[in-house]
Design a protein around this ligand. Structure first.
Ligand code: S3P
Length: 429
């Protein structure tokens, strides 16, 4: 399905149970693999990115019993992984390669990590540098800036590290390496990135504390298997939240969605734009806050201003926020978001190019965009840039446009949300 045609919808209504959270699914497999005993992961995300993590740990000698959305993982403890017989392919997944690098740096064998063309173009110095300070031996392509990465694992020492930017992948990679040291590793973030690692690892027995923006972990303690229920992915629900806002007479309920405050900045921004969004049935599942989210048509959206300190809590939602901005009455200003240039695609460039094709006025800056909303979007031929979130965002734009649109390279949605197009079709009238 490399080109999908999107016909404008009159309205959107119904109920969606979004796919399981990608970040939490990755971590559940990883932490179970290096814990002792039989771990159970329920509501595991079946998508290309999380399959990459499953595949990587099988290559490292971990038995994973696949029961569909439930996985049984036979963890072998911190020192139980074995040298892979082949290169470990992390596919499109930044979380897989960066977190795994932290673990493999401390394991006494040789491994090579690689991925697809997109992943091999994404910055890796951000993990090689702090892990190097701990004594890790990692080299990569282009003077250790990119994957493939070759890792000769060995003994690591604890580190105190001030992160130059907020990143949950970098933070988690260092914390995982810290588990293998004798002593306290301390990390300070400039602003808070998603904290799934800090919520989940202590449940496995890790001695970890968070105080404000500082996280400490004590090394040398074994982890023990747990049962984890993965909540729905807010980042996948985000496409339906915005689609319902933009279409007339629409109302979509999303059930069982993770609403960890380090992830839900999009809701705060949309509310300042005048969006009608309600959160109900709040509860906790496996240490993560979960709720149902109701999103209704909201005509007359106002433009937003997004600044650097808001960026980490909506880092993956920028493409769909750009679509909301494209229909708002005025100019939305996004700055301090240079990280978007090194995601699965250059998301600043991709959204500027693709929204322009629909007739939206977009100005590109090194660290953001100005988007001037248009009353009417024109259906157009657009491209996903091989990026799942661009494909889904442009499909929502197409739904709210006049005339038919074609989304090229649409199969990228399989990275995080294989059923995206059929779900969209089910809700559309
Ligand atoms: C993720 C962290 C974020 C996010 C990515 C998933 C994670 O990346 O964009 O989709 O699972 O830790 P950065 O840590 O690079 O900001």
């Amino acid at each position: 399905m490399d080109r999908i045609e999107i016909t404008p919808a009159k309205r959107l209504s119904g109920e969606v149970i979004p796919p399981p959270d990608k970040s939490i699914s990755h971590r559940a497999v990883m932490f179970s693999a290096i814990a002792r005993g039989k771990g159970i992961v329920r509501n595991f995300l079946r998508a290309q990115d999380t399959e990459s993590t499953m595949h990587a740990f099988r290559t490292l000698g971990i038995e994973i019993v696949d029961q569909g959305h439930t996985l049984i993982i036979h963890g072998k403890g911190l020192r139980g992984l074995t040298e892979p017989f082949d290169v470990v392919d992390c596919g499109n997944s930044g979380t897989t390669i960066r977190l795994l690098s932290g673990v493999l740096s401390a394991n006494p064998f040789f491994s090579v990590l690689t991925g697809d063309r997109s992943l091999r173009s994404r910055p890796m110095a951000r993990i090689i540098k702090p892990l190097g300070l701990m004594g890790a031996q990692i080299t990569g392509r282009e003077n250790s800036r990119y994957a493939p990465l070759a890792i000769r694992g060995g003994k690591l020492t604890p580190v105190t590290y001030e992160m130059p930017f907020a990143s949950a992948q970098v933070k988690s990679s260092i914390l995982l390496a810290g588990l293998y040291t004798e002593g306290m590793t301390e990390i300070r973030e400039p602003s808070k990135s998603r904290d799934h690692t800090e919520r989940m690892l202590p449940a496995f027995g890790a001695d970890m504390k968070t105080e404000g923006l500082t996280i400490t972990v004590a090394g040398g303690r074994e982890l023990y298997a747990q049962e984890i229920d993965v909540p729905g992915d807010f980042s996948s629900a985000a496409f339906f939240i915005v689609a319902a806002l933009l279409l007339p007479d629409s109302e979509v309920v999303m059930k069982n969605v993770g609403i960890n405050p380090t992830r839900t900045g999009l809701i705060d921004v949309l509310k300042t734009m005048g969006a009608d969004i309600e959160i109900s049935n709040r509860r906790f599942v496996s240490g993560e806050p979960v709720a149902d989210i109701l999103s209704r048509s909201s005509s007359g959206l106002r433009p937003a201003v997004v600044t650097a300190e808001m960026v980490p809590s909506l880092i993956d939602e920028f493409p769909i926020l750009c679509v909301a901005a494209a229909k708002a009455g005025g100019t939305t200003i996004i700055r301090g978001a240079a990280e978007l240039r090194v995601k699965e695609s250059d998301r600043i460039r991709a959204m500027a190019v693709e929204l322009s094709r629909m007739g939206v006025q977009v100005e590109e800056f090194p660290d953001g965009l100005n988007i001037t909303g248009a009353e009417d979007l024109n259906g157009a031929e657009v491209d996903s840039h091989g990026d799942h979130r661009i494909a889904m965002s442009m499909a929502v734009a197409g739904l709210a446009a006049h005339g038919v649109s074609g989304i090229n390279n649409a199969s990228a949605v399989a990275i995080s949300f294989p059923d995206f197009f059929s779900t969209l079709q089910r809700l559309s009238e």
